[in-house]
Structures are given as structure tokens and as C-alpha cells.
Design a protein around this ligand. Structure first.
Ligand SMILES: [Zn+2]
Length: 692
């Protein structure tokens, strides 16, 4: 987290406006008291009339983005009832979720013992977590693929808990354990939250069908955000507010505004900036009320997409956060690490652990490909973006009339770790695409060529007796590089040497194993055959100072992978202090280096030395003597050609280009227009665009 000079006016303004708002919140709890509930009683009555008594549904109610049905007969409700529900779903245009009635749920201990009797012998349970708020039992098992649906029904019938399977990681994941603890301690709070959210998602629309240009107090309130003079709102209009992440990489944040809803897409920070005005999304810029937000959607766990989210909770946001299942623990890991780094280095962090925990309580995780209603006029679908595990493109359907596809960060090609980004959409009017590698010269070589040059350059250093430092982001690139190093060494192309791994990489790899079903087809296949791709005879995990000193003092050649990826804090910086000073060492950068970071300065090559604190707190001048090399082909971003083929596959009517340095975004936009004939532009931060 960034140093703060304490008198930054924007941060103060931002705090002031948010503080006022928190005060208002306590008087006018907009989110907690939704103004309207749409026909809930009538809908529930229809449901009860349409389903067989045998299902023993005791309660039906709006809950989160679904209608929850509570059953005393899980066997029937998970099998035969689903046929009735799928036709009801079509007529009511609502989605259902079956939960168990609280009265039939056994205690966790009892559940654990029954579960181990029901599961096949070769399936070993490493953790059982019963979530009272959802009636789900999360089972961590060694072989989730061996558990068939009949077994899951048996468990539900015998224990009263509906099974959610997860793979046991090779080491326990602190983040996942923390999530379970927070969920457990907040089950009542979450039950209420789901209930209130249900009322809000299915509230009476502000504008009735066929009624356009209607005047109302509520509408004016919303319209005033766009135009203070506006007296009416046309219900077909869709606006997008750019709060960050355009003409730059970092602090990605948009707000989509319709006549009914406001939803935020990503909420990142810019790790290369120190001042709040440049580091955080510009939520200070318009009359922004957190309670007006219907939802926040996080595309993936990188901090430039979610690093400001805890701060919103700190200042009173209490609505839902939607993301994929692996994004929650990965995000939790990175946020907790930011707090830890700030504490250790005595620098400012705008949020605390309790704000991170609020995210866990308000998070609704979605699988890929499941359309979910998040407000009266918005349905979202998350799909694989191929960037890091759990990364998603966000498809936003607005009343069936306008579709936005927000790409987040994406890779339109297969990698070792992940499948290529999903690109088959029947209809997209507006595509928002990233352009990290948006210059025409940003063409990545074929994987084979990338691996060869990676292996060759490492071999050169190892033969000369040097050490190779690879600074890696803990999430994504680290796992990709681990797979490649292991394969190259096993196949005999890379000289055998120890590979030291330090930082959050092991924890992130544990999360990758837990959610292995989110990885690419090849890795999934080997995981299901019992192979853990993140454990190899060549890997040694380094824990703490002592071991790190040993690694550095050892005269033998070695490969070191350490976080952070841009040399902004973390063990990679500690290794850097030693590795950089010797000519026969090498640093290899495998991920994008944001402007202003030490990694970027190293790559730009215009510095001969860097001043840094040593471990005794004294300033030390570090001469930069080691070799540096950048290998682009490992990037989790699409290269220039991949961006173009993604856009031409999606066939949108209009493209907005974001997440790139200005010249790269502009080049992407003009090429899309010139080559594909699609209207395309690069907005500005603090610009409002009318999409419809
Ligand atoms: Zn990213």
C-alpha cells in the first residue's frame, strides 16, 4: 500500500463526502429498507400452487438473486421437483435455489460422521464446513470427481445439508479457512442480508413497462447524477461513468447507470501511484451515494481491479459483491497481504482486516455461465476470461434491450494454466475491452518459442554460476511459471537446479488446487489423475529470513521465484537487493510492469543504482549490475492480434477501449475502427458516455 503524505486533499474530500454519507446512512438506510417488493406474495402463492406437496417445501422467499425454497424432503426436491421448477422459472422469469429446512439439519460433528460413511471408501474428507445461512455443507475431499450426484442426494437426505464439493489443497489454505470462520460467525447477519437483497433485486421497477419519460421523485434523484437540469428519464437510456482505468493500467472502475440501477464494475487501485487522486477510482467526482449502488462486480482478484473494494465497505457500502468462487479467496489473500505489508513497513493502508471481512459477508460467488438477476433490469453472466484463475468477462444484459460485455483482463489464447477466454455471445451492443498490449508491435511469439527463449536465458545464467530471480505476481503468473519450469526441467531442456519459491505463491497455489475445476482442461485432467502440478521435486518453499539468507549465501546457481511481481514490496525486493549487485545474476520479468514501479524502472534501463532500506533500517545504495530480461509471452493478457480477433468474434456495435497506456489504447481503438469498421473510442477518466 502506498505512502500517504497526510494532507492529500482528494483523499480528504473523498473521506468527507463518504463520511457524510455514512452519517446519512444511519438515518436513511436505503439498502436495508428496500422501497418496493414486487408481487412477492402473489409469486409465492403461485409457486405453492404449482409444486407437488411431496416436496415438503416449508418456506419460499426472495433471497439474494434467487427465490429460495426450503424443503424437508431434499431427495424429492433435488430430483423430481427440479422439473417443475424449470418450467416455473420460465413462466415467472425467476431463478430458484433449493435449500434445506433448518429443522432437518444435523450438527456439524454428526454430519461429518455420516458423510464419511456415505462417501466411497477412496474419498477422504479433509474438512467439513456447515454454512447455516445457506444450508450447504462444504466438503473438502481428495477426489471430488468420484462423488456422484446420487451420493450428494443421499447426504442431503441423511444430514439435511446440501453438499458443495471442493478439492483438498496440498497445504491448508489460510484464506479459505479465514473465509469459513467469517461465514460461520456471521450466519444470522448473512441470512438477513440475503433476504433484504432478495427484496431489493426483485423490487417494483421505478418505471413501468411502456411508460417512458416519466417524472418522479426517485427518477429525478437518479437523473440528477447525469444532468442536474434533467426533469425526465428515458427508460431506454444507459450511461457509463468512467471512474478509473482508462488511458492507464490501474484502478479499473466503471459504473453502469440505467433508469433502474447503478452497478459498479471493478474497484481497483493503481499500485504505481502515491497520491489518492491518482491511485484510487474517482468516486469523489460526482454526487455519489454508496447506498444507491445495486451491486459491485469484481472481474478478477488483481489489486488494480479490487484493491479499493475494502475501502468502500469501510465507508458504509453494505450491498452485494459478485465474483467467481476462486476470486473471493484470491482477493482475500491479496487484500490481507496489503494490510500486512502496510503494517510491517509503517505505511498507510486505507482499510483494515474488518473491512476485508465485510466483503466475505457480502460476497455472492457465481459459477461461470450462470445468468443471475442482480437488479430489476440487469442480469449478469460471468465467463472464463483466461487471465488468472477465476477471472471473468462480465456480460450485462439490460432489460433485454442492451448488452454490455466488460472484458476485464483477458487472454484470447490457451495457456498452460487456463483455457482461452469465452467469446461466443449471441448479442453484444457495447464491448469494453482492455488494451494492455494494444500497440501494433505487441505481438507475442508462439508458446514454443517463448519457452525456448525462457529456458535458454535461464540456462545461460545457471552455467555461468549465477542466480536467476523471477519476480512474479502471486496469483496467476506464478502458477503458470511453476508449470513451465517443472515441465522444462523434467523434459531435460532446463538445467537441473533448485527452484526456490517465496511469498504468497504457496498459499495462492493451494487455492488453485481447491478450485482446480476452474483451471484449463489439461491441468484439470492431470489433477483428476492425482497429479498436483504445483508440487514438484525441484521446488523448495522458503519461509522467512533465515532460509532466505541461506539461499542467497549458497554459492550454487539457483532459480528464485518471489512476490511481488513489480518489485513493489514483498520478498522479491529483498532478493533484488542481493541479486542486482552481481553481474552474473539475472532478473527475468514475466508480467506487465506498471509505470512508476521499480520493476518498470529496471526494465526501462535508465537507472544505475537504487537507494533502499536494508534490514537494519539503514539506507543502502544498490548498484544495478545484474542482467535484466523481459519475456512477454507468459502474459495473461491478450496480445494485439488476440485483442483484434476477440473483438471481431464478439461483433459488437461499439467498442470502448480501457486498461492500457494512452497510446496503446488509442492504437487499439483506431485499428478496430479502420480494420473492423466498428465504432470505437478511448474514453477519459471522469467521462460519462451514453451507450443507448
Ligand atoms: Zn489482471
Amino acid at each position: 500500500m502506498k505512502k500517504n503524505n497526510g494532507n492529500d486533499s482528494v483523499k480528504n474530500n473523498c473521506n468527507k463526502s463518504l463520511n457524510n454519507q455514512t452519517k446519512n446512512d444511519s438515518l436513511n438506510k436505503g439498502f436495508k429498507n428496500p422501497r418496493y417488493v414486487k408481487d412477492e406474495e402473489a409469486i409465492i402463492k403461485t409457486i405453492f400452487e404449482s409444486i407437488p406437496k411431496e416436496s415438503q417445501i416449508t418456506t419460499a422467499r426472495f433471497e439474494g438473486p434467487n427465490i429460495a425454497l426450503y424443503t424437508k424432503n431434499p431427495r424429492f426436491s433435488l430430483t423430481e421437483l427440479t422439473y417443475y421448477l424449470s418450467s416455473l422459472s420460465k413462466t415467472l422469469k425467476k431463478r430458484f435455489i433449493v435449500r434445506t429446512d433448518q429443522s432437518i439439519r444435523l450438527q456439524e460433528d454428526e454430519t461429518r460422521s455420516i458423510v464419511s460413511k456415505i462417501l466411497p471408501r477412496d474419498v477422504i474428507v479433509s474438512a467439513v464446513f456447515c454454512d447455516d445461512a445457506t444450508g450447504e455443507v462444504i466438503l473438502e475431499v481428495n477426489k471430488p470427481e468420484s462423488v456422484i450426484s446420487e451420493t450428494i442426494i443421499n447426504i442431503a437426505q441423511s444430514t439435511g445439508w446440501i453438499t458443495h464439493l471442493r478439492r483438498s489443497p496440498h497445504i491448508p489454505s489460510m484464506s479459505i479457512n479465514n473465509i469459513h470462520t467469517v461465514l460461520k460467525s456471521s450466519s444470522k447477519e448473512r441470512t438477513n442480508f440475503f433476504r433484504e437483497l432478495g427484496k431489493r433485486v426483485f423490487r417494483e421497477p421505478l418505471i413501468k413497462k411502456g411508460d417512458e419519460n416519466v417524472e418522479s421523485e426517485n427518477l429525478l434523484e437518479r437523473a440528477s447524477v447525469i444532468d442536474k437540469q434533467s426533469k425526465t428519464w428515458n427508460n431506454k437510456e444507459v450511461y457509463i461513468f468512467c471512474l478509473g482505468g482508462v488511458k492507464q493500467v490501474g484502478r479499473s472502475c466503471f459504473i453502469v447507470v440505467t433508469s433502474e440501477s447503478k452497478i459498479m464494475l471493478d474497484c481497483g487501485i493503481n499500485p504505481g501511484e502515491n497520491n489518492a487522486i491518482d491511485a484510487y477510482p474517482r468516486i469523489d467526482w460526482f454526487d455519489f451515494k454508496l447506498e444507491d449502488l445495486d451491486a459491485i462486480i469484481i472481474s478478477h482478484a488483481h489489486i488494480d481491479h479490487q484493491g479499493f473494494l475494502p475501502t468502500l465497505f469501510k465507508y458504509g457500502y453494505d450491498g452485494p459483491v459478485y465474483c467467481t468462487e476462486p476470486t473471493l479467496p484470491l482477493m482475500n489473500l491479496l487484500q490481507s497481504d496489503s494490510v500486512k505489508i502496510a503494517q510491517n513497513n509503517g505505511v498507510y493502508c486505507p482499510y483494515e482486516v474488518r473491512d476485508i471481512n465485510e466483503i466475505i459477508k457480502h460476497c455472492i460467488t457465481l459459477p461461470y455461465g450462470k445468468p443471475t438477476d442482480i437488479s430489476p433490469d440487469i442480469t449478469i453472466t460471468l465467463n472464463n476470461a483466461g487471465h488468472i484463475m477465476g477471472s471473468a468477462t462480465v456480460h450485462i444484459n439490460i432489460s433485454g434491450a442492451h448488452n454490455i460485455l466488460y472484458s476485464g483482463d483477458y487472454k484470447y489464447a490457451k495457456t498452460q494454466l487456463l483455457d482461452s477466454a469465452v467469446s461466443n455471445y449471441p448479442r453484444v451492443e457495447t464491448l469494453i475491452t482492455e488494451s494492455t498490449y494494444g500497440a501494433s508491435s505487441d505481438i507475442m511469439p508462439d508458446q514454443g518459442i517463448v519457452y525456448n527463449s525462457f529456458t535458454e536465458t535461464i540456462n545461460k545464467t545457471l552455467t555461468s554460476g549465477g542466480k536467476v530471480l523471477i519476480p512474479v505476481p502471486a496469483v496467476g503468473r506464478a502458477q503458470e511459471i511453476m508449470l513451465v519450469l517443472d515441465k522444462e526441467m523434467k523434459d531435460g531442456r532446463l538445467i537441473e537446479s533448485p527452484i526456490y519459491i517465496e511469498g504468497m505463491i504457496s498459499e495462492a497455489s493451494a487455492i488453485h488446487m481447491s478450485y482446480a475445476h476452474y483451471l484449463g482442461q489439461d491441468v484439470r485432467r492431470s489433477v483428476s489423475h492425482g497429479i498436483n502440478p504445483f508440487q514438484s521435486e525441484y521446488f523448495t518453499v522458503v519461509n522467512g529470513w533465515g532460509k532466505r539468507d541461506e539461499v542467497l549465501k549458497d554459492q550454487n546457481p539457483a532459480i528464485i521465484m518471489a512476490t511481488s511481481g513489480m518489485l513493489e514490496g514483498g520478498p522479491s525486493v529483498e532478493y533484488f537487493k542481493e541479486i542486482a549487485t552481481k553481474e552474473n545474476n539475472k532478473m527475468i520479468f514475466v508480467s506487465y510492469q506498471i509505470n512508476g514501479t521499480l520493476g518498470r524502472r529496471m526494465l526501462d534501463g535508465n537507472t544505475n543504482e537504487v537507494s533502499m532500506m536494508d534490514k537494519n533500517g539503514k539506507v543502502k545504495v544498490i548498484p544495478l549490475k545484474c542482467k535484466t530480461q523481459k519475456i512477454d509471452g507468459f502474459s495473461g493478457h491478450s496480445d494485439f492480434n488476440q485483442i483484434l480477433s476477440f473483438v471481431s468474434r464478439i461483433k459488437p456495435k461499439r467498442v470502448l477501449v480501457n486498461h492500457g497506456e494512452r497510446s496503446k489504447s488509442e492504437n487499439t481503438a483506431s485499428t478496430i475502427y479502420n480494420k473492423l469498421g466498428i465504432r470505437s473510442s478511448v474514453p477519459d477518466n471522469r467521462e460519462i458516455l451514453k451507450l443507448r
